[in-house]
Design a protein around this ligand. Structure first.
Ligand code: SAM
Length: 285
């Protein structure tokens, strides 16, 4: 499929589904964190989502960034969180005009309008000069990128020397020896997820690491948090089992219905070890 068609599909998906997501699940469009063993039980998924952000920041050893780029910012959940925490300037980019407008309105309502700005822009070709930011935050947007290595190169380009890259993204399991290649069942499972969530493809965390090592980044490290985040999907299901939410999902349109249909695929993907949740961080030399 040509890249522009794919971009339009992602844009329509988030334009159509973001209002409902915010209404039911809140401002963060990403997994929650349930302790490293996945056993921690929370009152609601939103709490687990805030914990995830804090855990990522701790794990990455973030200092005190002043110019942050939130790549694939959704409706600005992370952007506003990071702006308040670090009193930093934050720029968020998304493919969805609905999300950019909603994120801007939320920043204004939170009194952060002067520090945080959002725009529609493609992460594969960002409208920013080299060396612009001291923290690049990409939380669950990498899986949408049509060329993962070019995406990493583009993130690296806009980071200042000494700036930190944080990439958290959906992956598939490791395929390097001694791990076996993907089975037919796994390939079909991934193909269904790609179609329903508008993902070109995903790669393994070790593939990301190979790309990152070429950049160069120092203090590079990776982690697999699949166990810690997988319970999120049962929480999503629990909150959707409500006649009003189900009606709203149907009313929002076919792409959102398909997004809901993909939830069991994610659960199964984690259960079988096919879907992995990968983190990568490093500092630009
Ligand atoms: C699952 S949402 C995550 C949103 C946000 N990071 C959060 O955690 O709440 C994925 C986001 O990636 C954005 N995205 C996907 N492909 C993109 C691209 N090529 N350029 C910019 N944003 C992109 C979507 O528009 C959406 O905002």
């Amino acid at each position: 499929m040509p890249a522009s068609n794919f971009t339009e599909r992602i844009q329509t998906f988030y334009d159509e589904s973001s209002r409902l997501w915010e209404q039911v699940w809140g401002e963060h469009m990403h997994h929650g964190y349930y302790c490293s063993d996945g056993q921690y039980r929370v009152e609601n998924p939103q709490e687990a989502q805030r914990v995830l952000i804090e855990e990522i920041l701790n794990w990455s050893d973030v200092a005190s960034p002043k110019d942050i780029l939130d790549v694939g910012c959704g409706i600005g959940g992370s952007s506003l969180y990071l702006a308040s925490k670090y009193l930093a300037r934050v720029t968020g980019i998304t493919l969805s005009p609905f999300q950019a407008a909603r994120a801007s309105a939320r920043a204004k309502a939170a009194g952060l309008g002067e520090h945080v700005q959002f725009q529609v822009a493609d992460a594969m070709k960002m409208p920013f000069a080299n060396d612009s930011f001291d923290l690049l935050w990409s939380l669950e947007s990498g899986e949408h990128m049509p060329d993962k290595e070019m995406f990493l190169q583009e993130c690296y380009r806009v980071l200042r020397p000494g700036g930190r890259l944080i990439l958290v993204t959906w992956c598939h399991r490791d395929l390097t020896s001694p791990h076996p290649p993907l089975t037919v069942w796994e390939k079909n499972h991934l193909a269904n997820l790609y179609r329903l969530y508008h993902l070109p493809y995903v790669i393994s965390l070790s593939d990301y690491e190979v790309f990152a090592r070429k950049l160069p980044l120092f203090d590079l490290k990776t982690a697999d948090w699949s166990l810690a985040v997988a319970p999120f999907w049962s929480d999503v299901v629990k909150s959707a089992i409500n006649p009003f939410v189900l009606l709203d999902i149907v009313a929002t349109g076919w792409k959102t219905i398909e997004g809901a249909m993909a939830i069991p695929l994610m659960m199964e993907g984690y259960r079988t070890g096919l879907i992995r949740y990968g983190l990568l961080t490093g500092i630009k030399e």
